[in-house]
Design a binder for this molecule. Structure first.
Ligand SMILES: [Zn+2]
Length: 283
């Protein structure tokens, strides 16, 4: 769907609300408290202010009121849903990642609101990313943000270390994760890997002892090692290396004075990477 079709389709608050209702409750409203399907829509006239503007359902059994935006990034936002929807469209369709200043101009919102919206959209992406675990063959490596990691691992740098991995299928990359860590201690690396990998993966690394030690703790199926001196390391890890260098371009190209939200930028980048074949469905 192009932007014109999209804005036509979601041209009013009620069109956005109905879309959210259909997404959240595809087979009809269901009370989150008691599970009853016996509910009524509360009319707009009965609602007190703009925050309550989105449709409320009242359960006829337990009388719990549920807004369609409760538990979503839109909840209690004073920004119209029509603007939120366009923001999501723009984020989904801009491969380089959209800047807050661009969003500010496109939506006619203030700069702080544009930043807040982007942040919330990225948090939603992070939530979704956290639901998945990589399986099969997973290549894992680490890098430093804003510099070269070669030969510096674990010490001698004040840059932020990142643990990253990609699952491979028939020699091609599938799914990617990136996690900012405080340090490259075994504790930090293990915490990332146990959160991102399924049990019984085949781990592939450059043989750094910390990975070997983590592999043991994780109970991986096997641990494949390609060392730098083996000569084919660049070829083996070409996809992961490419993902890392593209991420660095992504973060340098769009964002300035970032740091605070580095992890969220990684979440946006990996979210998009893992859905690179979605086309227009991404939105
Ligand atoms: Zn109920």
């Amino acid at each position: 769907m192009n932007l014109v079709d999209f804005t036509n389709r979601f041209s009013s608050e009620s069109a956005c609300e109905e879309h959210l209702i259909a997404l959240r409750w595809p087979s009809g409203f269901c009370c989150p408290k008691c599970g009853s399907r016996n509910a009524m829509r509360v009319q707009a006239a009965h609602r007190r202010n703009a925050v309550n503007r989105v449709p409320l359902f009242e359960c006829k059994d337990c009388h719990r009121q549920t807004s369609v935006t409760s538990g979503t990034i839109f909840h209690k936002s004073q920004t119209p849903l029509t603007k939120w929807f366009v923001a999501i469209y723009l984020v989904a369709n801009d491969k380089g990642g959209i800047a807050a200043t661009t969003l500010e101009r496109a939506l006619g919102v203030s700069y702080p609101i544009a930043c807040l919206m982007l942040r919330k959209i990225r948090i939603a992406m992070a939530d979704r990313n956290a639901k998945y675990r990589l399986e099969g063959i997973v290549q894992v490596d680490d890098f430093y943000l804003g510099g070269e990691s070669e030969g510096k691992r674990g010490r001698g740098t004040d840059q932020a270390p990142v643990v990253t991995g990609v699952s491979m299928k028939k020699g091609k990359p599938e799914y990617l994760f990136m996690d900012l860590v405080n340090d490259l201690s075994k504790h930090s690396v293990l915490e990332v890997l146990s959160g991102r990998l399924t049990k019984g993966v085949i781990l592939e690394t450059d043989g750094w002892p910390t990975y070997a030690s983590c592999a043991e703790d994780l109970g991986v199926q096997s641990h494949l090692i390609t060392r730098s001196r083996d000569g084919n390391k660049n070829e083996t890890f070409q996809w992961l290396d490419k993902a890392i260098s593209n991420f660095k371009k992504f973060i340098d190209g769009t964002y300035h004075g970032r740091q605070l939200d580095d992890q969220l930028y990684m979440e946006e980048y990996t979210y998009r990477y893992n859905r690179r074949n979605f086309g227009h469905r991404l939105v």
